[in-house]
Design a protein around this ligand. Structure first.
Ligand SMILES: Cc1cc2nc3c(=O)[nH]c(=O)nc-3n(C[C@H](O)[C@H](O)[C@H](O)COP(=O)(O)OP(=O)(O)OC[C@H]3O[C@@H](n4cnc5c(N)ncnc54)[C@H](O)[C@@H]3O)c2cc1C
Length: 396
């Protein structure tokens, strides 16, 4: 594998880095002391929307999307560079991330021309913020058991039911919804996918607050919600196939934050924090622990590049997304555990102190790390997929 970037790729990096350094407002940069994937309040959300618009106007949103829908039409390598530079600048997750990473690619694959024209430019411009309405109280890992019902009434469906864990639904203007359109066939064959404006009468959003105190996701209730047939994405009763496209993109984009940056911060912390009267850094067991995390992070980076090489050869992303998702989220938990061991009781304090000036960051990391092992399919489910579809083991 050639690790060097070509001249035109380095030029792309330089241009994007330069643009970010002159345009990204410092007060929008994330400090890692809060969960940043969904804005903590409406004011922050709106400032981030303005940021997405500024980026879009300069052609930096959806760089790999086709030009005809307002994207830049560049390749996967540029996308990797975009991710690296965006993270290095500590720029905030774009508010339209759900639309950009999951909904847009699904519409590009399954949408009618009218749906593509209607939604794709608006997703890029940050004019449409999307939520993902898949999980239900009785349908998470076993998503095909979903019971939210859509009854065919000629030119429209009437939807009744409940979704749960719906990230950012309190800000979203649209939701991509999985519904049961035929309850009389095997469960995977009676599901359809609908694109629904959140302002439709009969939709109620109730907050669910994470243990970090952050309002990240919600319960969403549907009571006699009327959805025109034109909002059906893909063929009726083929929603399982549509959702597979969405989940494939989700697993490839999931896995937690930049591990390299977190491990570097953990090493800096180990130099400062004392254990048994000397800096933690001087204890061989702690050095080994940190070295192992650095090795795991590097191995993950290389596995990600290998998956990229396959995609560059034109092979579709496959179940290896589960390997990346599993390793990334579990490494995040190991980093959080090491922080807990290093900081002892300090890790329970959400306030800066002389010993640990960045205590809020570690408090948040330790509480938040495990969520990535649940969202986008749990670690157990990823292990099942790897066992059955990558290793060819018999079903348990
Ligand atoms: C931070 C966060 C954000 C989320 N955002 C969204 C969102 O925006 N939209 C959305 O639709 N959903 C969202 N989810 C929901 C997420 O997809 C589900 O939580 C996840 O799929 C697990 O489903 P569940 O919570 O119902 O758990 P369950 O499926 O009930 O699982 C419970 C436990 O049983 C284990 N288990 C279940 N089945 C098996 C099996 N076959 N083999 C082995 N073990 C098994 C699981 O691994 C888990 O440990 C989010 C979740 C989190 C944590």
């Amino acid at each position: 594998m050639d690790f060097e970037f070509a001249t035109e790729h380095e030029a792309f990096r330089k241009e994007f880095r330069g643009w970010l350094s002159t345009h990204l407002p410092p007060d929008l940069c994330i400090d890692d002391a809060a969960d940043d994937r969904v804005a903590s309040d409406r004011e922050t959300f709106e400032r981030r929307c303005r940021w997405q618009k500024a980026m879009h106007a300069a052609g930096w949103v959806g760089v790999t999307w086709p030009k005809e829908y307002g994207g830049r039409g560049v390749g996967l390598i540029e996308r990797v560079i975009w991710d690296e530079e965006y993270a290095a600048a500590r720029a905030p997750v774009l508010p339209g991330n759900m639309g950009l990473s999951l909904v847009g690619p699904t519409i590009i694959h399954w949408g009618t021309d009218e749906q593509k024209r209607r939604h794709l430019p608006a997703i890029l411009a940050g004019d449409e913020i999307w939520a993902q309405g898949f999980s239900e109280p009785g349908a998470g890992s076993d998503l095909a058991s979903l019971r939210t019902r859509a009854v065919d009434r000629g030119d429209h469906f009437v939807v009744n039911g409940q979704k749960v864990w719906t990230s950012g639904a309190h800000f979203a203007q649209w939701i991509i919804l999985l519904v049961r359109t035929n309850p009389d066939v095997p469960k995977h064959q009676g599901i359809s996918c609908l694109l629904v404006p959140m302002t439709t009468s009969g939709i109620t959003v109730r907050p669910l607050v994470l243990m970090t105190g952050h309002h990240h996701f919600n319960e969403v209730f549907f009571t006699d919600v009327v959805v025109p047939k034109a909002n059906l994405l893909g063929p009726v009763n083929q929603g399982w196939k549509v959702s597979t496209t969405t989940l494939m993109y989700e697993r490839h984009s999931a896995g937690g934050r930049s591990h390299t940056a977190q491990i570097a911060r953990l090493m800096a912390l180990a130099r400062r924090v004392p254990i048994d009267g000397r800096p933690a850094w001087e204890h061989p067991w702690m050095r080994q622990r940190l070295a192992q995390l650095a090795i795991d992070s590097e191995a993950l980076k290389l596995t990600r590049l290998r998956s990229l090489t396959r995609q560059l050869r034109g092979e579709p992303p496959g179940p290896e997304g589960s390997v990346l998702k599993l390793s990334g989220s579990e490494l995040g938990v190991r980093i959080a555990d090491a922080a807990g061991e290093l900081l002892g009781m300090h890790v329970l304090v959400n306030q800066a102190s002389a010993t640990v000036p960045d205590a809020p960051r570690w408090f948040n990391r330790v509480l938040a790390a495990r969520q990535y092992t649940i969202s986008a399919g749990t670690s157990e489910i990823q292990r099942n997929i790897i066992g059955e579809r990558v290793l060819g083991l018999p079903r348990g």
